[in-house]
Design a protein around this ligand. Structure first.
Ligand code: KIV
Length: 270
């Protein structure tokens, strides 16, 4: 497995599907990296998955920098992308450059930010500053209050056209890839066929150049979150719960620690 870089991700379009997952700490990052994932995103979904928030809006730069730093220690081959949290780039071009630069200093090799035409000018500034940018359009969670909930976007012809224009604007601004989230697969297909940069889908159907999901979702760690677009490969909520119950029972019944788990005094002649 060789190192995945930004140019390599671009070259993968049309060659083979690109794989991406989120990670928020060293242990998970190392597992994903060694398993051969192409892209690891330290998503602002850290807010909902790790911090127990009900949206990504409160996540701040300090928290993102911490998670990028600890994920970086587990990553050798995957491309490491750091998410720009709400209000870290919308306020001004200089805020965007400074905060994206801090994510790179913390170990990210690229940043991701949400929005299409309205953020294209920011993307341009970042790219000329030497910061690779992954776009993110469609159901962008930082705009949950504008959408009135986590709703599939682009269902009507007009709205679909706006999303396609967003993708083209991001491409012109210099993104190296675009996350397409929560949209009909017909729109994602059209975008994928229209732009030259790879599209990475989440809830955007089968015709994207790659797929991304949240690690805790594919591992089934949240019994209350079972959206249609997620495939649960394991039920770790149950597995971990059962392991903890076994541990409790072993301790309560004197089965742990056992002889194998204890240390003894040195014998006189040792
Ligand atoms: O924050 C995140 O994890 C994301 C992905 C789901 C694309 O933005």
């Amino acid at each position: 497995m060789s190192k995945i870089t930004v140019p390599k991700v671009k070259r993968l379009k049309g060659k083979r599907p690109i794989t991406a997952l989120t990670a928020y700490d060293f242990m998970f990052a190392r597992i994903l990296d060694r398993a051969g994932i192409d892209i690891i995103l330290v998503g602002d979904s850290v807010g909902t998955t790790v911090q127990g928030l009900d949206s990504t809006l409160p996540v701040n730069m300090e928290e993102m920098l911490y998670h990028v730093k600890i994920v970086k220690r587990g990553v050798k081959n995957a491309l490491l992308v750091g998410d720009m949290p709400f209000l870290s780039y919308q306020t001004s071009e200089s805020d965007a450059i400074r905060n994206a630069g801090l994510l790179l200093k913390a170990g990210a090799e690229a940043v991701k930010l949400e929005g299409g035409e309205r953020v294209a000018h920011l993307v341009e500034k970042l790219v000329v500053s030497g910061i690779p940018v992954m776009g993110h359009i469609g159901l962008t969670p930082q705009s949950v209050n504008v959408f009135g909930g986590y709703k599939i976007q682009g269902k009507t012809k007009n709205k679909a056209e706006r999303i396609i224009n967003d993708a083209v604007a991001l491409q012109e601004a210099g993104v190296f890839s675009i996350v397409l989230e929560g949209m009909p697969e017909e729109i994602a297909k059209e975008i994928t066929e229209t732009v030259q940069v790879p599209t990475i889908g989440i809830g955007a159907g089968r015709y994207c150049d790659g797929q991304i999901l949240v690690i805790t979702d594919i591992l089934g760690m949240d019994p209350d979150f079972t959206p249609r677009f997620v495939k649960k490969y394991r039920n770790l909520y149950e597995d971990i719960g059962n392991a903890v119950k076994e541990y409790i029972s072993d301790v309560e019944n004197g089965r742990f620690p056992a002889e194998d788990n204890v240390f003894h005094l040195k014998k006189e002649n040792e």
